[in-house]
Design a protein around this ligand. Structure first.
Ligand SMILES: [Zn+2]
Length: 346
């Protein structure tokens, strides 16, 4: 089945200025947009972002933090966190990053699109209720998922976070809720140093947070094989109404912050795999939001693989992923930790 694929892009995401030496800079998105113009000039559904409302932001963030953001246009630079500067125009991008994801959510809800890719910045998965961090200002996906639950009654959202860093902000927001199932693979020796095996959720949310720390030399084979082993049972047993992907591409081998062995091909294979697995459940729509990815060329190449998988026309061949011994070990350990909660293990 051919998918209707939406795309959120807007040049106003460039006006969040972080300084020329900062890894999270506008050049990242410019490279991705150039690739879009060249390789995906038609066939994608353009979704126009609009700024999030204060009410939407307050679903997640504290009024004091939002007030702090509202004052950032008054100063040339405001350090929201040591690594997260805001310039005079940052609010424009930040409000639109959330708003773009919410517009994408609506286009999925109305079935105008089957999958949406939000190519936004600043990223979001490290932002917490009270503050910024790890280049993230508002928790774009966290707000969108909360909005989906609180305002539109969704009960089961699967968030897959394949950024090489742990999405501490996303985890924190949904740690005690079962309306969001949070699955993250990340290298644990780096920022934000959270996401250990034993972080599994609590209360109602016990068993609905799955953290899989991976090694720095993770390869395409290991990563794709690991997801193959985990996602099947998670999708079958959780049966999500929507899949959200915290799509960071900083696991790429060329990424200055990532430096693993992963190539852009892995992201294409992961996307194909998710499309295939979702056919076994009720084809939940997919909302993907850009997180990390700090080598502009590697980022553009990775997004190209994702979009190629989403827009593929013709008969799909079953995705062939050879079993990888290290992935088997990781998956077994994950199941071992989670089997007592009986949320998704079989
Ligand atoms: Zn990252």
């Amino acid at each position: 089945m051919e998918l209707r694929v939406g795309i959120v892009r807007d040049d106003r995401y460039f006006v969040h200025q972080t300084g020329v030496t900062h890894p999270e800079r506008a050049a990242r998105l410019k490279a991705v947009y150039r690739m879009l113009d060249k390789d995906f000039a038609d066939g994608l559904i353009a979704i126009e972002p609009e700024p999030a409302t204060l009410e939407q932001l307050e679903l997640v963030h504290s009024p004091a933090y939002i007030r702090k953001l509202l004052r950032t246009p008054e100063r040339e630079v405001t350090h929201l966190a040591q690594d997260t500067p805001a310039g005079t125009q940052t609010y424009v991008s930040a409000w639109l990053a959330v708003g773009g994801c919410i517009r994408a959510f609506h286009s999925l809800l109305s079935r105008r699109c089957d999958a949406c890719v939000c190519l936004v910045r600043p990223p979001g998965h490290h932002a917490t209720r009270k503050g910024a961090g790890g280049f993230c200002i508002f928790n774009n996906l966290g707000i969108t998922a909360t909005y989906a639950i609180e305002r539109h009654g969704l009960q089961r959202i699967l968030i897959i976070d394949w950024d090489i860093h742990h999405g501490n902000g996303l985890q924190e927001l949904f740690y005690d809720r079962k309306e969001v199932f949070y699955l993250s693979t990340h290298y644990k020796g780096w920022y934000p140093y959270s996401g250990d095996w034993d972080e599994v959720g609590k209360g109602e949310g016990l068993g609905y947070t799955v953290n899989v720390p991976i090694s720095k030399d993770v390869s395409d084979e290991e990563l794709t094989s690991l997801y193959r082993k985990l996602l099947g049972p998670i999708l079958r047993n959780y049966n999500p109404e929507m899949i959200m992907i915290a799509a960071g591409f900083d696991a790429h081998w060329r990424d200055p912050l990532g430096r693993t062995q992963v190539t852009e091909n892995a992201f294409g294979v992961l996307t194909e795999m998710i499309l295939e697995l979702r056919d076994d459940v009720r084809r939940p729509p997919i909302l993907m939001a850009l997180e990390g990815g700090y080598d502009p060329a590697a980022l553009a190449a990775s997004v190209r693989q994702v979009l190629s998988a989403l827009t593929f026309k013709g008969k799909k061949k079953p995705v062939n992923i050879p079993s990888n011994p290290r992935a088997v070990e990781l998956a077994q350990k994950t199941v071992g930790i989670h089997k007592n909660f009986r949320v998704w293990t079989e």
